[in-house]
Design a protein around this ligand. Structure first.
Ligand code: GTP
Length: 235
């Protein structure tokens, strides 16, 4: 395996599957199966999952909800998704620990970096819930922050698009995919790989980002084996 410790970022929206809202149990199990294969291959896996299938802070703000309040509601949504994924993984016999940035000790352990690392070393999948615990930060930023803290080798951003393109491939059939990019190229081309806070954290810490299609069976294993699918951004 190319990577020993990874942070897998999953979007909340993709958990909807074909539904308009909420959590599709088949999607949860599909992701859990992929993660299980990675663990069985000896990779230490940490996961950050978004909450957009349940609640989007920014959208709520547009509809009149206070921004800070909306962001906290979004963080709680990530905890719900994290719990669903934890449950899916446990169904497959994978050991997991859910660590939350907002204290809710009946449901999750508090986030403590050293504990997170210990769990990973013991082969447990660590799911980080509640983002960074602060408003005004995205789950991409939570992923970049946690990945840096646990000294992950790479952030794997699993999306429904198979990499980074020079235009939106869902709108423009002529869009061209990049195999690899430097951080500076991604910035100068304004490719919006992640929001700037998240991207800057990765860039400053020389933490590579791979964007790939997580919805295709076996893709996570391929990325971990070093196959050139998706797009890699590095220094
Ligand atoms: P090791 O020390 O490496 O053995 O880790 P461990 O997680 O197995 O040890 P611990 O005895 O701390 O935890 C046992 C179980 O309790 C695990 O499932 C933890 O996730 C859970 N746990 C520990 N602390 C908390 C907490 O504050 N809240 C909740 N909800 N669960 C917790």
């Amino acid at each position: 395996m190319q990577y020993k410790r990874i942070l897998l970022k999953l979007s909340g929206e993709s958990l909807m599957g074909n539904k308009q809202f909420g959590i599709d149990a088949d999607m949860v199990m599909q992701y859990a199966e992929e993660i299980k294969k990675a663990v069985e291959a000896g990779v230490q896996v940490a996961v950050v999952i978004g909450g957009g299938n349940i609640f989007r802070g920014i959208q709520a703000t547009a509809n009149g909800i206070d921004r800070v309040q909306g962001d906290y509601m979004g963080m709680l949504a990530t905890v719900i998704n994290s719990m669903a994924l934890q449950s899916g993984l446990e169904k497959l016999g994978v050991y997991t620990r859910l660590l939350s940035a907002i204290e809710m000790k009946e449901i999750a352990e508090p986030f403590i970096k050293r504990r997170a690392v210990r769990h990973l070393e013991k082969g447990r999948v660590v799911i980080f819930g509640a983002g960074t615990g602060n408003p005004y930060f995205t789950t991409d930023t939570a992923a970049a922050l946690r990945a840096t803290e646990i000294e992950a080798d790479v952030i794997l951003k699993g999306t429904r698009v198979d990499g980074i393109y020079d235009a939106d491939p869902e709108k423009n059939p002529e869009a061209k995919k990049f195999a690899k990019l430097t951080f500076d190229e991604a910035l100068s081309k304004k490719l919006n790989v992640m929001d700037l806070t998240a991207f800057t954290l990765c860039r400053e810490n020389k933490l590579p980002i791979i964007v790939f299609d997580m919805n295709k069976n076996g893709n996570l294993a391929k990325v971990l084996a070093g196959d050139a699918i998706g797009t890699i951004v590095n220094a």
